[in-house]
Write a protein that binds this ligand. Structure first.
Ligand code: EPU
Length: 421
């Protein structure tokens, strides 16, 4: 296994290209199970998680071919309805094959994804929505077994204790596209990734009204067709992470291919911190002079501040001049990175769902352990800003969500390389 070594303290400069969104690509890939016709995806991000989804689609009877940033998915032989533990357990995104399998094959056996270091992560909302459409659900030996002779439209409230659910909305919406009659999802997730999935489904022939809003009205159709060319939206979390890297290192960089409007919650909070992010000539430009003011943020479902940027923002605030409070209302336990950031000289303590950050003048390089994808990104930010050498262990987490991270950073003037453990 490799570790990532960062020789920190160097400002970044230049332009970085943002790839396709992981969290849009995963449900869109699952949606291709709704048709037997070929689907071609563009701006496809080559990541550990999307490669896992390719394996899962193949195991379900699809043939998948990848060239450059293009993915072609076609049907091959008989479809299989069993999503195995070894593929679903490594990545929660796999669970969104449940809705499409039920809609297309009227049966599905999908491994429960289980919890992970960012929290317990139940699937009750997925099951509630799919049951409302007429699925009989049983849990047996760690698998969800669903059968549905006919799916029928229903009026469903999908809000939970932590707000809307991204993948539950995806699962129920995908199933509803082929259900008989009208489905209304109230408290649907409004994340751009769900909007992208809705646009993809519409391009396949689905009838969806209210795209991007918390009330989706889906009128079931008999059949969905393939798509010749669908371009996946840019990854707002990858973009936000590069913006925060520039902010933490006092750098001026530009992002190519990112979507400014998807990043407004981050941009607004950075403005208060003294970091300017502007849109100019199809680029997103970041200007930071390292004099950071403390800003307290709370994560919420979109359009609130994203939980997937909480760890990275916390790393930035560890260098602000004063105290900030970071609260995660989506995943209250997503704070594994605090201990590792403190190893690098940060001064952060956890109180319940809050991280209380007392900014320090500088961070210093240290050996640290990546615990999950976004926590790893926070350690990269800290490593780039720190003086000296940082070694990040277990970097396979990073490969789940950041394409060519080392190459992109080195092209921006950082010194980042891999070493064998
Ligand atoms: N929740 C429930 N019941 C459910 C489903 C969710 O209580 O049935 C709770 C969760 O425990 C959490 C909240 O609802 O407290 C929101 O979770 P959500 O279902 O929206 O998360 P998800 O759909 O499983 C996606 C992303 C995550 C991202 C969250 C929140 C994908 C593949 N994953 O997960 O991305 O953090 O939405 O925005 O789209 C990442 O990319 O690093 C990542 C973890």
């Amino acid at each position: 296994m490799d570790k990532l070594v960062i020789e920190g303290g160097r400002p970044l400069k230049g332009v970085v290209k943002i790839g396709g969104s992981k969290n849009a690509a995963l449900p869109i890939m699952a949606a291709t199970l709704l048709t037997d016709e070929p689907c071609v995806l563009r701006n496809f991000p080559k990541l550990r998680d999307t490669l896992t989804m390719i394996k899962l689609l193949r195991s379900l009877g699809k043939s998948v071919e990848m060239t450059e940033d293009k993915l072609t998915i076609t049907s091959k032989g008989e479809a299989n309805h069993v999503a195995e533990y070894k593929l679903v357990s490594t990545m929660r995104g796999s669970f969104c094959v449940l809705g499409p399998l039920l809609a297309k094959l009227h049966k599905a056996k999908v491994s429960l994804p289980g919890g992970c270091v960012i929290g317990i992560r139940p699937v009750d909302l997925h099951l509630k929505g799919l049951k409302a459409l007429g699925t009989k659900m049983e849990i047996e030996n760690g698998y969800v077994i669903g059968t549905a002779r006919h799916l029928a439209g229903a009026h469903i409230y999908l809000g939970g204790g932590f707000g809307s659910s991204v993948l539950a909305t995806a699962n129920v919406m995908m199933a509803a596209t082929l259900a008989k009659g009208e489905t209304i999802i109230e408290s649907a997730a409004c994340e751009p990734e769900i909007e992208d999935l809705s646009n993809f489904l519409s391009a396949m022939g689905a009838k969806i009204v209210g795209i991007g809003s918390p009330r989706l009205v889906i009128t079931g159709v008999k059949k969905l067709h393939g798509i010749n060319n669908y371009t996946i939206i840019p990854d707002r979390i990858e973009a936000g992470t590069y913006i925060l890297m520039a902010a933490a290192t006092g750098s001026n960089i530009a992002l190519q291919g990112g979507c400014y409007s998807h990043l407004m919650a981050l941009i607004d909070n950075l403005d208060q911190a003294g970091v300017k992010v502007i849109q100019e000539d199809h680029l997103i430009r970041v200007k930071s002079n390292k004099a950071l003011k403390p800003v307290s943020v709370t994560t919420y479902p979109y359009p609130g501040f994203p939980t997937d940027l909480q760890a990275q923002f916390l790393a930035l605030m560890s260098l602000a001049q004063g105290i900030s409070v970071i609260t995660d209302k989506v995943y209250p336990d997503r704070f594994m990175h605090i201990a590792e950031l403190n190893r690098m000289g940060a001064n952060i303590r956890r109180e319940g769902t809050n991280a209380i950050v007392q900014g320090v003048k500088a961070l210093h390089g240290a050996p640290v352990m990546a615990s999950d994808l976004r926590a790893s990104a926070a350690l990269v930010i800290a490593g780039l800003a720190a003086q000296g050498r940082t070694e990040i262990h277990r970097i396979y987490h990073l490969e789940r969500g950041y394409e060519n991270l080392d190459d992109k950073l080195n092209a921006l003037g950082a010194r980042v390389f891999r070493e064998k453990e």
